[in-house]
Design a binder for this molecule. Sequence first.
Ligand code: FAD
Length: 387
Amino acid sequence: MELTESQIAVRDLYRAYMTNELEPRTEAFESGEESVFPFMKKMIKDLGLDLAADAILNKGEKSAKSEVDTEMAELMRYAETQLIIEISRINPGFQQSFGVSVGLCGGNIVIRGTQQQKEKYAVPLLRGEKVGCWCLTEPGAGSDAFGSMRTTVKREGDEYVMNGSKTFITNGPDGDIFLVYARNEEDSSIQAFIVEREFAGLSTGKPFKKMGMRCSPTSEVFFDNVRIPVANILGGGNSDRDHVRKSLSRERMGISVMGYAIADRCFEIARDYAKEREQGGQPIANYQLIQSRLTRMYIDVSNARRIVESSSATAEGLSALDACAAKLFLAEVGTRVATEAIHILAGYGYMEEYKVERLMRDAMLLELGGGTTEIQILTIAKHILAE
Ligand SMILES: Cc1cc2nc3c(=O)[nH]c(=O)nc-3n(C[C@H](O)[C@H](O)[C@H](O)COP(=O)(O)OP(=O)(O)OC[C@H]3O[C@@H](n4cnc5c(N)ncnc54)[C@H](O)[C@@H]3O)c2cc1C
Protein backbone atom coordinates (compact mmCIF):
# COMPACT_ATOMS: atom_id res chain seq x y z
CA MET A 1 0.00 0.00 0.00
CA GLU A 2 1.40 3.38 -0.96
CA LEU A 3 1.24 5.78 1.97
CA THR A 4 0.01 9.35 1.67
CA GLU A 5 2.22 12.20 2.90
CA SER A 6 0.08 12.56 6.02
CA GLN A 7 0.35 8.83 6.77
CA ILE A 8 4.13 8.95 6.41
CA ALA A 9 4.23 11.93 8.79
CA VAL A 10 2.16 10.03 11.38
CA ARG A 11 4.29 6.89 11.07
CA ASP A 12 7.55 8.84 11.38
CA LEU A 13 6.28 10.81 14.36
CA TYR A 14 5.25 7.65 16.23
CA ARG A 15 8.40 5.75 15.26
CA ALA A 16 10.70 8.54 16.42
CA TYR A 17 8.76 8.92 19.67
CA MET A 18 8.89 5.21 20.52
CA THR A 19 12.58 5.00 19.59
CA ASN A 20 13.54 8.06 21.61
CA GLU A 21 11.14 7.79 24.55
CA LEU A 22 9.89 4.21 24.95
CA GLU A 23 12.98 2.20 24.01
CA PRO A 24 15.30 3.78 26.61
CA ARG A 25 12.76 3.08 29.37
CA THR A 26 12.04 -0.51 28.37
CA GLU A 27 14.67 -2.15 30.58
CA ALA A 28 13.42 -0.30 33.67
CA PHE A 29 9.81 -1.20 32.78
CA GLU A 30 10.63 -4.87 32.23
CA SER A 31 12.57 -5.24 35.49
CA GLY A 32 9.76 -3.56 37.43
CA GLU A 33 12.08 -0.74 38.50
CA GLU A 34 9.71 1.78 36.85
CA SER A 35 5.93 1.60 36.39
CA VAL A 36 4.59 2.03 32.86
CA PHE A 37 1.66 4.23 33.90
CA PRO A 38 3.30 7.66 34.40
CA PHE A 39 4.91 7.25 30.96
CA MET A 40 1.55 6.23 29.47
CA LYS A 41 0.07 9.53 30.64
CA LYS A 42 3.04 11.46 29.25
CA MET A 43 2.83 9.67 25.88
CA ILE A 44 -0.88 10.40 25.56
CA LYS A 45 -0.22 14.11 26.17
CA ASP A 46 2.93 14.34 24.04
CA LEU A 47 1.25 12.69 21.03
CA GLY A 48 -2.11 14.44 21.45
CA LEU A 49 -3.93 11.12 21.83
CA ASP A 50 -6.59 12.50 24.16
CA LEU A 51 -8.75 14.06 21.43
CA ALA A 52 -11.56 11.57 22.10
CA ALA A 53 -11.62 12.70 25.75
CA ASP A 54 -11.94 16.34 24.68
CA ALA A 55 -14.70 15.39 22.24
CA ILE A 56 -16.68 13.74 25.07
CA LEU A 57 -16.44 16.84 27.22
CA ASN A 58 -17.08 19.31 24.41
CA LYS A 59 -19.99 17.83 22.57
CA GLY A 60 -20.08 14.07 22.75
CA GLU A 61 -17.86 11.75 20.74
CA LYS A 62 -20.52 10.92 18.18
CA SER A 63 -21.19 14.42 16.94
CA ALA A 64 -17.47 15.17 16.82
CA LYS A 65 -16.89 12.06 14.71
CA SER A 66 -19.66 12.83 12.26
CA GLU A 67 -18.00 16.12 11.42
CA VAL A 68 -14.70 14.67 10.27
CA ASP A 69 -14.50 14.05 6.54
CA THR A 70 -13.73 10.70 4.99
CA GLU A 71 -10.07 11.48 4.37
CA MET A 72 -9.57 12.51 7.98
CA ALA A 73 -11.45 9.42 9.21
CA GLU A 74 -9.11 7.23 7.12
CA LEU A 75 -6.08 8.99 8.56
CA MET A 76 -7.40 8.50 12.10
CA ARG A 77 -7.87 4.77 11.49
CA TYR A 78 -4.37 4.56 10.03
CA ALA A 79 -2.96 6.44 13.05
CA GLU A 80 -4.75 4.14 15.51
CA THR A 81 -3.27 1.03 13.89
CA GLN A 82 0.15 2.59 13.38
CA LEU A 83 0.34 3.55 17.05
CA ILE A 84 -0.14 -0.11 18.05
CA ILE A 85 2.49 -1.14 15.51
CA GLU A 86 5.11 1.38 16.61
CA ILE A 87 4.62 0.65 20.33
CA SER A 88 4.64 -3.12 19.81
CA ARG A 89 7.79 -3.07 17.67
CA ILE A 90 9.56 -1.68 20.72
CA ASN A 91 7.67 -3.06 23.72
CA PRO A 92 4.55 -5.25 23.34
CA GLY A 93 4.10 -5.35 27.14
CA PHE A 94 3.57 -1.61 27.20
CA GLN A 95 0.99 -1.98 24.42
CA GLN A 96 -0.74 -4.69 26.49
CA SER A 97 -1.25 -2.28 29.39
CA PHE A 98 -2.08 0.70 27.17
CA GLY A 99 -4.50 -1.31 24.99
CA VAL A 100 -6.40 -2.66 27.99
CA SER A 101 -6.60 0.64 29.90
CA VAL A 102 -7.46 2.95 27.02
CA GLY A 103 -8.95 0.52 24.49
CA LEU A 104 -10.75 -2.27 26.32
CA CYS A 105 -11.75 -0.39 29.46
CA GLY A 106 -11.91 3.26 28.28
CA GLY A 107 -12.99 2.39 24.73
CA ASN A 108 -15.86 0.18 25.88
CA ILE A 109 -17.14 2.93 28.16
CA VAL A 110 -16.98 5.36 25.22
CA ILE A 111 -18.90 2.95 22.99
CA ARG A 112 -21.46 1.69 25.49
CA GLY A 113 -21.50 4.08 28.43
CA THR A 114 -24.00 6.79 29.31
CA GLN A 115 -22.84 10.40 28.86
CA GLN A 116 -22.33 10.60 32.63
CA GLN A 117 -20.21 7.40 32.65
CA LYS A 118 -18.15 8.71 29.73
CA GLU A 119 -17.42 11.99 31.48
CA LYS A 120 -16.69 10.44 34.86
CA TYR A 121 -14.75 7.34 33.81
CA ALA A 122 -13.77 7.36 30.11
CA VAL A 123 -12.26 10.84 30.12
CA PRO A 124 -9.61 10.18 32.81
CA LEU A 125 -8.84 6.78 31.23
CA LEU A 126 -8.36 8.24 27.75
CA ARG A 127 -6.11 10.92 29.23
CA GLY A 128 -4.02 8.36 31.09
CA GLU A 129 -4.91 9.95 34.43
CA LYS A 130 -6.50 6.70 35.62
CA VAL A 131 -5.60 3.07 34.94
CA GLY A 132 -8.30 0.78 33.56
CA CYS A 133 -8.87 -2.99 33.71
CA TRP A 134 -11.17 -5.31 31.74
CA CYS A 135 -12.33 -8.19 33.92
CA LEU A 136 -13.85 -11.23 32.24
CA THR A 137 -11.64 -14.25 33.03
CA GLU A 138 -12.09 -16.13 36.31
CA PRO A 139 -10.08 -18.91 37.95
CA GLY A 140 -12.66 -21.46 36.72
CA ALA A 141 -13.89 -19.56 33.66
CA GLY A 142 -11.30 -18.99 30.90
CA SER A 143 -12.31 -20.16 27.43
CA ASP A 144 -15.84 -20.77 28.70
CA ALA A 145 -16.02 -17.25 30.14
CA PHE A 146 -19.82 -16.92 30.07
CA GLY A 147 -20.92 -20.47 30.77
CA SER A 148 -18.69 -20.96 33.81
CA MET A 149 -18.85 -17.42 35.21
CA ARG A 150 -19.21 -17.47 39.01
CA THR A 151 -18.91 -13.76 39.84
CA THR A 152 -22.43 -12.65 40.71
CA VAL A 153 -24.43 -9.51 41.39
CA LYS A 154 -27.63 -9.18 43.39
CA ARG A 155 -29.76 -6.07 43.42
CA GLU A 156 -30.43 -4.45 46.81
CA GLY A 157 -32.32 -1.14 46.51
CA ASP A 158 -30.30 1.33 44.41
CA GLU A 159 -27.22 -0.85 44.48
CA TYR A 160 -25.88 -4.16 43.23
CA VAL A 161 -23.82 -6.35 45.53
CA MET A 162 -20.96 -8.14 43.76
CA ASN A 163 -19.18 -11.30 44.95
CA GLY A 164 -16.54 -13.44 43.26
CA SER A 165 -13.11 -13.08 41.72
CA LYS A 166 -11.37 -12.55 38.39
CA THR A 167 -7.90 -13.64 37.40
CA PHE A 168 -5.15 -12.79 34.88
CA ILE A 169 -6.37 -9.20 34.91
CA THR A 170 -4.04 -6.88 33.03
CA ASN A 171 -3.23 -3.73 35.06
CA GLY A 172 -4.99 -5.31 38.08
CA PRO A 173 -2.38 -4.29 40.68
CA ASP A 174 -2.47 -0.63 39.55
CA GLY A 175 -6.09 -0.43 38.40
CA ASP A 176 -8.32 2.51 39.35
CA ILE A 177 -11.37 1.61 37.23
CA PHE A 178 -12.50 -1.97 36.63
CA LEU A 179 -14.98 -2.95 33.93
CA VAL A 180 -16.33 -6.17 35.41
CA TYR A 181 -18.64 -8.78 33.85
CA ALA A 182 -20.87 -10.59 36.33
CA ARG A 183 -23.86 -12.89 36.37
CA ASN A 184 -27.11 -11.46 37.69
CA GLU A 185 -28.39 -13.90 40.32
CA GLU A 186 -32.01 -13.15 39.41
CA ASP A 187 -32.10 -14.00 35.71
CA SER A 188 -28.57 -15.33 35.00
CA SER A 189 -27.92 -12.54 32.45
CA ILE A 190 -24.37 -11.23 32.11
CA GLN A 191 -23.98 -7.54 32.88
CA ALA A 192 -21.00 -5.19 32.85
CA PHE A 193 -20.32 -2.89 35.81
CA ILE A 194 -17.92 -0.01 36.30
CA VAL A 195 -16.27 -0.60 39.66
CA GLU A 196 -13.94 1.87 41.34
CA ARG A 197 -10.86 0.86 43.30
CA GLU A 198 -12.27 2.84 46.25
CA PHE A 199 -15.48 0.78 46.49
CA ALA A 200 -15.29 -1.16 49.78
CA GLY A 201 -14.70 -4.90 49.31
CA LEU A 202 -12.62 -4.68 46.11
CA SER A 203 -9.04 -5.86 46.42
CA THR A 204 -6.30 -7.03 44.07
CA GLY A 205 -3.61 -9.69 44.36
CA LYS A 206 0.13 -9.37 43.96
CA PRO A 207 1.47 -9.06 40.40
CA PHE A 208 1.96 -12.54 38.86
CA LYS A 209 5.46 -13.52 37.71
CA LYS A 210 5.13 -14.13 33.98
CA MET A 211 6.89 -15.54 30.92
CA GLY A 212 6.51 -12.31 28.94
CA MET A 213 4.76 -8.93 28.81
CA ARG A 214 6.60 -8.38 32.07
CA CYS A 215 6.18 -4.62 32.22
CA SER A 216 2.41 -5.09 32.14
CA PRO A 217 1.24 -6.01 35.66
CA THR A 218 -1.29 -8.85 35.92
CA SER A 219 -3.19 -10.00 39.00
CA GLU A 220 -6.33 -11.41 40.54
CA VAL A 221 -9.20 -9.10 41.50
CA PHE A 222 -11.51 -9.98 44.40
CA PHE A 223 -15.05 -8.78 45.12
CA ASP A 224 -16.30 -9.25 48.64
CA ASN A 225 -19.81 -7.79 48.95
CA VAL A 226 -18.82 -4.80 46.80
CA ARG A 227 -21.73 -2.34 46.67
CA ILE A 228 -22.09 -0.77 43.23
CA PRO A 229 -24.57 2.02 42.44
CA VAL A 230 -27.17 1.13 39.79
CA ALA A 231 -25.82 4.11 37.79
CA ASN A 232 -22.63 2.07 37.25
CA ILE A 233 -24.19 -0.62 35.06
CA LEU A 234 -22.41 -0.04 31.75
CA GLY A 235 -24.82 1.81 29.48
CA GLY A 236 -27.65 0.99 31.89
CA GLY A 237 -28.26 -2.14 29.76
CA ASN A 238 -29.26 -5.65 30.56
CA SER A 239 -27.58 -8.55 28.80
CA ASP A 240 -24.00 -7.86 27.75
CA ARG A 241 -23.08 -11.00 25.83
CA ASP A 242 -23.28 -9.30 22.42
CA HIS A 243 -21.32 -6.38 23.70
CA VAL A 244 -18.56 -8.72 24.96
CA ARG A 245 -18.47 -10.50 21.61
CA LYS A 246 -17.97 -7.17 19.81
CA SER A 247 -15.28 -6.19 22.30
CA LEU A 248 -13.54 -9.49 21.68
CA SER A 249 -13.49 -8.84 17.92
CA ARG A 250 -11.85 -5.46 18.52
CA GLU A 251 -9.39 -7.04 20.96
CA ARG A 252 -8.56 -9.71 18.40
CA MET A 253 -7.76 -7.09 15.78
CA GLY A 254 -5.49 -5.29 18.25
CA ILE A 255 -3.72 -8.59 19.00
CA SER A 256 -3.35 -9.26 15.26
CA VAL A 257 -1.65 -5.90 14.76
CA MET A 258 0.72 -6.68 17.65
CA GLY A 259 1.60 -10.04 16.07
CA TYR A 260 2.48 -8.34 12.81
CA ALA A 261 4.53 -5.65 14.58
CA ILE A 262 6.58 -8.20 16.54
CA ALA A 263 7.23 -10.22 13.38
CA ASP A 264 8.22 -7.12 11.41
CA ARG A 265 10.75 -6.02 14.05
CA CYS A 266 12.20 -9.52 14.50
CA PHE A 267 12.58 -9.92 10.74
CA GLU A 268 14.47 -6.61 10.50
CA ILE A 269 16.77 -7.49 13.41
CA ALA A 270 17.52 -10.95 11.95
CA ARG A 271 18.09 -9.70 8.38
CA ASP A 272 20.49 -6.95 9.51
CA TYR A 273 22.32 -9.35 11.80
CA ALA A 274 22.68 -11.97 9.05
CA LYS A 275 24.32 -9.43 6.76
CA GLU A 276 26.86 -8.43 9.43
CA ARG A 277 27.66 -11.65 11.29
CA GLU A 278 30.51 -13.55 9.70
CA GLN A 279 31.25 -17.25 10.05
CA GLY A 280 33.65 -19.24 7.84
CA GLY A 281 34.97 -15.96 6.43
CA GLN A 282 31.67 -14.65 5.07
CA PRO A 283 28.38 -13.15 6.23
CA ILE A 284 25.95 -15.84 7.38
CA ALA A 285 23.41 -14.22 5.00
CA ASN A 286 25.39 -15.89 2.17
CA TYR A 287 24.38 -19.34 3.42
CA GLN A 288 21.30 -20.67 1.69
CA LEU A 289 19.92 -22.25 4.86
CA ILE A 290 19.90 -18.79 6.48
CA GLN A 291 18.35 -17.34 3.31
CA SER A 292 15.64 -19.97 3.54
CA ARG A 293 14.76 -18.89 7.07
CA LEU A 294 14.79 -15.19 6.10
CA THR A 295 12.64 -15.85 3.04
CA ARG A 296 9.99 -17.67 5.05
CA MET A 297 10.04 -14.91 7.65
CA TYR A 298 9.55 -12.32 4.91
CA ILE A 299 6.60 -14.25 3.45
CA ASP A 300 4.92 -14.29 6.87
CA VAL A 301 5.61 -10.59 7.48
CA SER A 302 4.43 -9.40 4.07
CA ASN A 303 1.21 -11.45 4.24
CA ALA A 304 0.61 -10.21 7.77
CA ARG A 305 1.13 -6.61 6.65
CA ARG A 306 -1.48 -6.97 3.90
CA ILE A 307 -4.07 -8.25 6.39
CA VAL A 308 -3.35 -5.40 8.80
CA GLU A 309 -3.51 -2.80 6.02
CA SER A 310 -6.74 -4.06 4.55
CA SER A 311 -8.47 -4.47 7.90
CA SER A 312 -7.47 -1.04 9.19
CA ALA A 313 -8.75 0.48 5.95
CA THR A 314 -12.35 -0.61 6.58
CA ALA A 315 -14.51 1.70 8.67
CA GLU A 316 -16.70 -1.11 10.07
CA GLY A 317 -13.79 -3.28 11.20
CA LEU A 318 -13.64 -7.00 10.53
CA SER A 319 -16.51 -9.45 10.89
CA ALA A 320 -16.32 -11.81 13.89
CA LEU A 321 -15.18 -14.59 11.55
CA ASP A 322 -12.42 -12.55 9.90
CA ALA A 323 -11.26 -11.14 13.25
CA CYS A 324 -10.78 -14.73 14.52
CA ALA A 325 -9.02 -15.75 11.31
CA ALA A 326 -6.71 -12.72 11.43
CA LYS A 327 -5.97 -13.21 15.12
CA LEU A 328 -5.14 -16.89 14.76
CA PHE A 329 -2.84 -16.34 11.77
CA LEU A 330 -1.09 -13.17 12.95
CA ALA A 331 -0.51 -14.38 16.52
CA GLU A 332 1.19 -17.47 15.07
CA VAL A 333 3.19 -15.29 12.66
CA GLY A 334 4.42 -13.32 15.69
CA THR A 335 5.75 -16.35 17.57
CA ARG A 336 7.00 -18.10 14.41
CA VAL A 337 9.02 -15.17 13.08
CA ALA A 338 10.36 -14.27 16.54
CA THR A 339 11.52 -17.89 17.02
CA GLU A 340 13.16 -17.89 13.58
CA ALA A 341 14.99 -14.68 14.52
CA ILE A 342 16.46 -16.44 17.56
CA HIS A 343 17.70 -19.26 15.31
CA ILE A 344 19.46 -16.75 13.06
CA LEU A 345 21.07 -14.86 15.94
CA ALA A 346 21.71 -18.16 17.74
CA GLY A 347 23.59 -17.58 21.05
CA TYR A 348 23.22 -13.81 20.70
CA GLY A 349 19.52 -14.23 20.09
CA TYR A 350 19.25 -15.99 23.42
CA MET A 351 20.78 -12.96 25.15
CA GLU A 352 18.55 -10.12 26.36
CA GLU A 353 20.63 -7.46 24.63
CA TYR A 354 19.45 -8.43 21.15
CA LYS A 355 15.76 -8.07 22.07
CA VAL A 356 14.41 -11.00 20.06
CA GLU A 357 14.17 -13.27 23.11
CA ARG A 358 11.87 -10.73 24.84
CA LEU A 359 9.80 -10.25 21.70
CA MET A 360 9.42 -14.04 21.41
CA ARG A 361 8.30 -14.35 25.04
CA ASP A 362 5.89 -11.45 24.60
CA ALA A 363 4.51 -12.88 21.35
CA MET A 364 3.43 -16.09 23.10
CA LEU A 365 0.62 -14.29 24.94
CA LEU A 366 -0.97 -13.33 21.63
CA GLU A 367 -1.76 -17.01 21.00
CA LEU A 368 -3.51 -17.31 24.39
CA GLY A 369 -5.27 -14.01 25.16
CA GLY A 370 -8.42 -12.85 23.39
CA GLY A 371 -9.32 -16.55 23.05
CA THR A 372 -6.81 -19.37 22.66
CA THR A 373 -5.87 -20.90 19.30
CA GLU A 374 -8.39 -23.70 19.91
CA ILE A 375 -11.17 -21.20 20.59
CA GLN A 376 -10.39 -19.31 17.36
CA ILE A 377 -10.50 -22.60 15.43
CA LEU A 378 -13.81 -23.62 17.00
CA THR A 379 -15.35 -20.19 16.27
CA ILE A 380 -14.09 -20.14 12.68
CA ALA A 381 -15.41 -23.68 12.12
CA LYS A 382 -18.81 -22.72 13.54
CA HIS A 383 -19.08 -19.75 11.16
CA ILE A 384 -17.87 -21.47 8.00
CA LEU A 385 -20.06 -24.51 8.55
CA ALA A 386 -23.13 -22.36 9.15
CA GLU A 387 -22.87 -20.92 5.59
C1 FAD B 1 -0.72 -12.13 30.65
C2 FAD B 1 -2.21 -12.32 30.56
C3 FAD B 1 -3.05 -11.21 30.56
C4 FAD B 1 -4.44 -11.39 30.51
N1 FAD B 1 -5.25 -10.29 30.60
C5 FAD B 1 -6.60 -10.47 30.75
C6 FAD B 1 -7.46 -9.36 31.04
O1 FAD B 1 -7.01 -8.21 31.12
N2 FAD B 1 -8.78 -9.60 31.20
C7 FAD B 1 -9.32 -10.85 31.11
O2 FAD B 1 -10.53 -10.98 31.30
N3 FAD B 1 -8.53 -11.92 30.83
C8 FAD B 1 -7.19 -11.77 30.67
N4 FAD B 1 -6.38 -12.86 30.41
C9 FAD B 1 -6.97 -14.20 30.37
C10 FAD B 1 -6.96 -14.87 29.01
O3 FAD B 1 -7.91 -14.28 28.18
C11 FAD B 1 -7.21 -16.37 29.28
O4 FAD B 1 -6.00 -16.88 29.81
C12 FAD B 1 -7.64 -17.13 28.06
O5 FAD B 1 -8.93 -16.74 27.69
C13 FAD B 1 -7.64 -18.64 28.28
O6 FAD B 1 -8.27 -19.02 29.46
P1 FAD B 1 -7.50 -20.03 30.47
O7 FAD B 1 -6.12 -19.50 30.65
O8 FAD B 1 -8.35 -20.18 31.68
O9 FAD B 1 -7.38 -21.38 29.67
P2 FAD B 1 -8.48 -22.60 29.57
O10 FAD B 1 -9.77 -22.05 29.09
O11 FAD B 1 -8.47 -23.37 30.83
O12 FAD B 1 -7.83 -23.48 28.42
C14 FAD B 1 -6.84 -24.49 28.66
C15 FAD B 1 -6.64 -25.24 27.34
O13 FAD B 1 -7.85 -25.92 26.98
C16 FAD B 1 -8.27 -25.52 25.68
N5 FAD B 1 -9.73 -25.51 25.62
C17 FAD B 1 -10.59 -24.87 26.43
N6 FAD B 1 -11.86 -25.08 26.03
C18 FAD B 1 -11.80 -25.85 24.91
C19 FAD B 1 -12.76 -26.40 24.03
N7 FAD B 1 -14.07 -26.17 24.17
N8 FAD B 1 -12.31 -27.15 22.98
C20 FAD B 1 -10.99 -27.38 22.79
N9 FAD B 1 -10.04 -26.88 23.60
C21 FAD B 1 -10.42 -26.12 24.65
C22 FAD B 1 -7.66 -24.14 25.50
O14 FAD B 1 -7.57 -23.77 24.12
C23 FAD B 1 -6.32 -24.31 26.16
O15 FAD B 1 -5.44 -24.96 25.28
C24 FAD B 1 -4.98 -12.70 30.41
C25 FAD B 1 -4.13 -13.81 30.36
C26 FAD B 1 -2.77 -13.63 30.45
C27 FAD B 1 -1.87 -14.85 30.42
